[in-house]
Design a protein around this ligand. Structure first.
Ligand SMILES: Cc1cc2nc3c(=O)[nH]c(=O)nc-3n(C[C@H](O)[C@H](O)[C@H](O)COP(=O)(O)OP(=O)(O)OC[C@H]3O[C@@H](n4cnc5c(N)ncnc54)[C@H](O)[C@@H]3O)c2cc1C
Length: 325
């Protein structure tokens, strides 16, 4: 596990202003400290730092492009090997009182005091309470009980490349916050004519990279991820892994970029979904929140209420809030 934080970088005045607003909003929401400039350039494990002193920024992160002028670093973040983590969770669950069923839920009904899940193997599970956590397929299940949440889908790609210059050594999970255009030179286009179709294409911000320990290419390597299609799609797509180094998948999220964690039908049906952008690390906390709530042992913060009014969040559809932010 790495605890180097998440850092957003911008070379634009506009990007810097947006990061400052976001930093203040997050400090207010989380009630955690917001450090400014040099006080933020330290190894920390809590709060966030907003840095607009470019000289100090480049001194602290020497591999950054000289064009970068400001940064917003969230300290209480990191990354881990998800495969290993999921395996350890599975073993722990198997050693406890869990019962596993491997099937697809095709129908969801509720009535009287019970919720019924009909599975594709012809069996059914009848329960007092059900938590829907079906990722990009949550909405399809909700439609069975006539609930429509404004869940949106974005395409998201991941590629693992060799890190020949070790440029990410010691860096946080790094996000380029600005939008950018793909521009290939003549030599690159001659070597790979297919790139011509991408020439000049504008990509949304939040392309992000981190050091990687994947077995795919061996060490060291760079894992790069980006959301390349920010327009919500009508339908979710199935995952379609392409070879061993590139994966494309679906980011499932609400327009305000906050997950759905809470009650849908009082005392019966709950949801823990639209977690994209929050990832595996937050999903653990989300699961604990909803499990406790479901067992009447705690409340979930109202900002995650699945039935919240999205209209009340003024800039929710701003393109700058897409991707990871
Ligand atoms: C390309 C890509 C790269 C990513 N990389 C990272 C990363 O490096 N780090 C990180 O933290 N996050 C990453 N994420 C985000 C992360 O995958 C999500 O935040 C996380 O998986 C969301 O968890 P979830 O439990 O809500 O949904 P999911 O992980 O999608 O889990 C939903 C589960 O429900 C099951 N299901 C769906 N419908 C049914 C049904 N009808 N019956 C039974 N089961 C059903 C599915 O099979 C699935 O197992 C990435 C996402 C993408 C697309």
């Amino acid at each position: 596990m790495q605890t180097r934080g998440y850092a957003f970088f911008s070379q634009l005045d506009e990007g810097s202003e947006q990061m400052q607003l976001l930093a203040m909003e997050q400090a207010d929401l989380s009630k955690k400290p917001l450090y400014q400039d040099s006080e933020g350039l330290a190894l920390r494990f809590d709060g966030a730092s907003f840095i607009r002193d470019a000289q100090e920024l480049h001194h602290f992160y020497p591999n950054l492009s000289p064009a970068i002028r400001s940064a917003l670093v969230f300290h209480r973040c990191g990354w881990f090997r998800t495969g290993e983590y999921l395996k350890s969770m599975l073993f722990e669950a198997m050693a406890s009182r869990f019962t596993f069923a491997r099937a697809t839920v095709e129908e969801l009904n509720w009535g009287n005091s019970k919720v019924t899940l009909k599975l594709d193997d012809g069996t059914a599970i009848v329960a007092d309470k059900v938590i829907i956590c079906a990722g990009q397929y949550s909405q399809a299940l909700l439609q069975r009980i006539d609930i429509n949440l404004p869940i949106a889908y974005e395409s998201h790609s991941k590629v693992v490349l060799p890190d020949l210059s070790r440029s990410l050594s010691g860096m946080p999970f790094s996000f380029y916050a600005d939008t950018f255009e793909l521009n290939f030179n003549a030599e690159e286009l001659a070597a790979e004519p297919a790139l011509a179709g991408l020439q000049g294409q504008a990509l949304p911000g939040h392309f992000h990279v981190r050091e990687n320990w994947s077995d795919v290419l061996g060490e060291p390597s760079v894992q790069a991820l980006w959301t390349y299609d920010c327009e919500p799609m009508d339908e979710p797509h199935p995952y379609y892994p392409d070879g061993s180094v590139t994966h494309t998948g679906i980011y499932t999220k609400m327009p305000d970029n906050l997950p759905c964690i809470g009650t849908l039908v009082s005392g019966k049906i709950y949801i823990n979904s639209a977690l994209s952008g929050f990832g595996y690390m937050f999903s653990q906390q989300a699961s604990e929140l909803i499990a406790r709530h479901c067992m009447d042992d705690g409340d979930v913060p109202t900002i995650f209420d699945p039935l919240r009014s999205i209209d009340t969040i003024g800039d929710s559809l701003s393109p700058h809030r897409r991707g990871q932010m």
